[in-house]
Every structure is written in structure tokens, then in C-alpha cells.
Design a binder for this molecule. Structure first.
Ligand code: SAH
Ligand code: SF4
Ligand code: F3S
Length: 468
């Protein structure tokens, strides 16, 4: 089943613009805002849009939550600790309001979009003034206006999950690196995952809208774009004009943006056509984040991932024969319900077999409403800690092996900032997405510099500028 996206209508857009204007002229409007972001790049980019909307309403960004008239938490709920951290911090703000009675406390994002969360906020978190989910982010102006005019709490969680809002203002965090969302939502329903429930059905933006956004970024001097989607490989699924991810990537590559990255790719949808476009692209980085989750076929089946260990390894082999220098990273979950020691060991052996540059490792966290939350065989916490520590050691060993092979190679490094440890050094990412530090100054920030890798540290590489 494919869900056709609905676009936010022109009437709705005008209503929001009008509301933004009214907030701007409102005598009680907050003057400053501060956004605290949790979760993935999708959320980071949503926060850039929220900041864009606040600026449109005449507010300015406060560097610190203590300085702000409005604090907004853009939350994540992918694991229990992400959710607890957000709620803990919001509760802390309640204290702050004792000295600052007019402080507006807002929450938005994935946690708020969960079923029953709106009721919980209304009942249990009475100090929250403004709450909205992922589906009505574009309605921030009218929600804030309502709050100012009615002086009552506004909790608004829409279940209209197939909309796409184009043309929202964006306040980008970086001058040289930019996110572009290409698709929203997810229809994969991996059995452990809450994302499809809080981000809605999969829907893709029109290719023309994406290309236009990329063109504006290119003209503003952006050096790197990152295409975002829960599963970018299914971009364009069900589209009438045959749009798909390899085609989009090819068109973006032809535009001449210096660097293109994308995430996340689901292994089941990684096609030969995509590998081909990556191999022949001039600007597509030689890195792929390809979450495997587990190295055991029975666990993969229970996770509803729809590939086997062998399928995955075959794709890795294809990638490496087409792009020999490609770096692979992944996500791994330990202690999925019922996972035996032998099944866990399969994940460790897969890490050794693939030889990842890096991996994010997680202990399974039951999420209410998902299929896996109803499965038997919870693994005790101390056993989970043992497993994750062992897996982290495997990943560290893999990273060290990869870093060793990088010594002596040439890399192009996009400088992101001054090194935190040494003000005479700068650091940035090579095309393979590994951090490289080298001698330099603030003048290098935002530039792509050719470097030879000279040595490897635990999580980073060191390099020297190549003479030109
Ligand atoms: N769309 C992406 C990532 C979504 S969430 C993908 O398909 O890969 C990011 C990562 O969080 C997942 O890859 C998974 O490793 C982890 N994750 C998701 N749900 C989890 C849960 N309930 N417990 C532990 N880790 C989880
Ligand atoms: Fe979650 Fe799976 Fe969708 Fe990724 S692909 S967001 S892990 S359901
Ligand atoms: Fe978290 Fe939502 Fe991203 S649940 S990981 S912020 S899509």
C-alpha cells in the first residue's frame, strides 16, 4: 500500500503566515527562543525549520535556555533513555519558572506524537504550555498565537500523517553543510521500532522541489549536502513518473555540489542501480551507513528486517567491488527479546567479517505499541551490559584496523572547526566520514583541503596538508 502525500494547501500556508504576522505584532509575544534537540538528523533538521519559523515571528535566538522567554524541547522516543532525558530536562525547567513566571515551556517532536502522550501531557505535565507532534510542525505560528490570545495551554497532536509542508523558512546551523529531507516517515515496521508510529507513513517530496532546494544551497556556497530520510532507498516508491533514489542522486551529482551524503539506507532496498550511481558519481562520498542490527538470521527475522546475514554480506561485497575505498558504518542492537549467547556472537562475528569504520551500538529498549514489546524473553540488564561492552570492544577493534589502513592515503577533508584540544589545529571529515585533525586556523573552516593521513588515534586520524 502506498500513501499519496498531501501537500499543505495554499490556504493553510497563508493562514500560518498571517498567524506569524499576528504573533510578531502581539504585545505579549516572547522575544527570545531556545530549542533543545534530541534524536536523529531528522529532528536536527526539524529544529532548523522551527528556528526559521521563530525568526519569522520576530524572535531572536538565545544562546542559552536560561536567557530565553520560550524554551522548546524537540524530543526523540526511539529508546527509553532518550525519552527520559527529555522529560527530566523539561521538569527541571518547571523550577526555573519560579523566578521567571512568563517563561513559555514547549515540547514537540516524536515523543509527543506517541499515542496517549497528549493526554499524559495534559494530566501529568501541567507546566507544559505548548505541545505539538511531528505532523503539525508547520502550524507553529497559529499554535503560539492561540497560546498568547487564549492564555490557556495548547496541546495539539495531529494524526494527519501524510502531509508535506514545502517552503518553510529554515535557519541552517552551518554555512557549509546542509540537510535536505527527501522523504518523510517509514513503512518498514521493524518489530522493535517506534519511528513508523511517530513519523507516519512513508512519503516522498517531489524531485523538482528537492533539486530547487539543492540549487539554492549550491549558489549560497554550501560544500556538502546530506539527504535525509528514514529509508532514503525507498525514495519515490509509488511515484507516477518513476522517480527513485538512484535517479535523484544522479541528478544532484550532476549539479556540482562538492559533496553529497545520505542516510539512512535500508539494506533490503540497496539496489545495483544505486551502487552504480555511487560508483560513477563525482561528488558522492565513499561512505555508506548501512544498519544491519543483528548478525543472526533468526533475530533478523523476528526484527522483521527482511534480509539475511548472507544477503547483507553479498551487498557489502558488491559495494566494495564497485567502490574499493568505501567506508561502512552500521547500527547494532543487542539483547533483542530471546537473543541467545550464540545469536549475540553472530553479531560480533559479523562486525569482524564486515570490518566497519564505526558502529552505533544499542541495548534493545521495549517501545510500547511495537510488535517486539509483546515478545517473551527479556534479557536481564546485567547480561545486556556485558553484551554491549563486548560488542563495543569488537567495534573499537574494527575501527582501529580500518584507521591503520588509512595511514599514507590521501583524503579530502571538509574543515568543520577548530580542534577542541589544540587551538592551532582544525578538524573535519574526510569523504569516508572519519574525523581528521591537521594544523590550521579558523580561516580553513568550510574549506575542503587535500591531506595525507599520517597517523591514527582512537576515534580520529591525523593528517598533513598536501603541498599544492
Ligand atoms: N531509519 C533508520 C534508523 C532509525 S532509528 C534505519 O532504519 O536504520 C536509529 C537506530 O536506533 C536503529 O537503526 C536501531 O539500531 C536503533 N533502535 C531503534 N529502535 C530501537 C529500540 N527499540 N531499542 C534499541 N535500539 C533501537
Ligand atoms: Fe525504524 Fe526500521 Fe523504519 Fe528504520 S526502517 S525507521 S529501524 S522501522
Ligand atoms: Fe528519535 Fe524520532 Fe529520530 S524517535 S531517532 S527523533 S525519527
Amino acid at each position: 500500500m502506498h500513501y499519496k502525500p498531501l501537500y499543505v494547501t495554499e490556504d493553510e500556508r497563508i493562514e500560518q503566515e498571517y498567524a506569524a504576522q499576528q504573533v510578531l505584532n502581539h504585545p505579549d509575544r516572547p522575544k527570545t527562543f531556545h530549542i533543545v534537540t534530541y534524536g536523529c538528523q531528522m529532528n536536527a533538521h526539524d529544529s532548523e525549520k522551527l528556528a526559521g519559523i521563530f525568526l519569522q515571528m520576530g524572535m531572536t535566538e538565545a544562546a542559552d535556555r536560561l536567557e530565553a522567554d520560550l524554551v522548546l524541547f524537540n524530543t526523540c522516543c526511539v529508546r527509553d533513555n532518550a525519552e527520559r532525558r527529555a522529560l527530566g530536562n523539561v521538569t527541571w525547567l518547571k523550577e526555573l519558572r519560579k523566578d521567571k513566571p512568563n517563561l513559555i515551556i514547549g515540547v514537540c517532536g516524536c515523543m509527543v506524537q506517541q499515542p496517549q502522550m497528549a493526554e499524559r501531557i495534559l494530566r501529568q505535565y501541567r507546566f507544559i504550555d505548548l505541545a505539538f507532534g511531528t505532523h503539525n510542525l508547520h502550524r507553529l505560528p497559529s499554535l503560539l498565537l492561540n497560546l498568547l490570545e487564549k492564555k490557556t495551554r495548547i496541546v495539539s497532536v495531529s494524526d494527519q500523517d501524510t502531509t508535506i509542508a514545502e517552503g518553510l523558512p529554515v535557519k541552517r546551523l552551518s554555512q557549509h553543510h546542509a540537510y535536505i529531507t527527501i522523504m518523510y516517515g517509514c513503512d518498514n515496521y521493524c518489530s522493535y521500532c517506534i519511528v513508523p508510529y511517530v513519523r507516519g507513513h512513508e512519503r516522498s517530496r517531489q524531485m523538482d522541489d528537492i533539486l530547487r532546494e539543492a540549487d539554492v544551497l549550491l549558489n549560497s556556497g554550501v560544500q556538502e549536502i546530506m539527504l535525509l530520510g528514514q529509508n532514503v532507498n525507498s525514495y519515490g516508491n509509488g511515484s507516477e513518473n518513476g522517480d527513485n533514489f538512484p535517479l535523484l542522486l544522479k541528478k544532484l551529482d550532476e549539479m556540482g555540489i562538492p559533496r553529497i551524503r545520505f542516510m539512512t539506507s535500508h539494506p533490503k532496498d540497496l539496489s545495483d542501480e544505486l551502487i552504480d550511481v555511487m560508483a560513477n558519481g563525482k561528488h558522492i562520498c565513499n561512505h555508506l551507513h548501512l544498519p544491519v542490527q543483528s548478525g543472526n538470521n533468526e533475530i533478523l527475522r523476528l526484527m522483521n528486517r527482511r534480509y539475511t546475514r548472507e544477503d547483507y554480506l553479498r551487498k557489502v561485497e558488491k559495494l566494495r567491488s564497485a567502490i574499493p575505498t568505501i567506508g561502512l558504518t552500521t547500527d547494532l542492537i543487542v539483547s533483542f527479546p530471546g537473543e541467545t549467547e550464540a545469536q549475540f556472537e553472530d553479531t560480533c562475528s559479523l562486525v569482524r567479517e564486515v570490518g566497519y569504520d564505526a558502529a552505533f551500538t544499542f541495548i534493545y529498549s521495549p517501545r510500547e505499541g511495537t510488535q517486539a514489546a509483546r515478545m517473551d524473553g527479556r534479557i536481564p540488564a546485567d547480561e545486556s551490559s556485558r553484551r554491549i561492552e563486548k560488542l563495543i570492544r569488537e567495534v573499537e577493534a574494527s575501527t582501529a584496523r580500518v584507521h591503520e589502513t588509512m595511514i599514507g592515503r590521501d583524503e579530502l577533508v571538509l574543515i568543520e572547526g577548530l580542534s577542541k584540544r589544540d587551538p592551532n589545529k582544525v578538524s573535519g571529515k574526510g569523504t569516508r566520514n572519519i574525523t581528521v585533525t591537521l594544523d590550521g586556523s579558523a580561516a580553513d573552516i568550510g574549506r575542503i583541503i587535500p591531506v595525507t593521513i599520517t597517523s591514527a588515534a582512537v576515534n580520529t586520524l591525523r593528517g598533513e596538508r598536501k603541498e599544492r
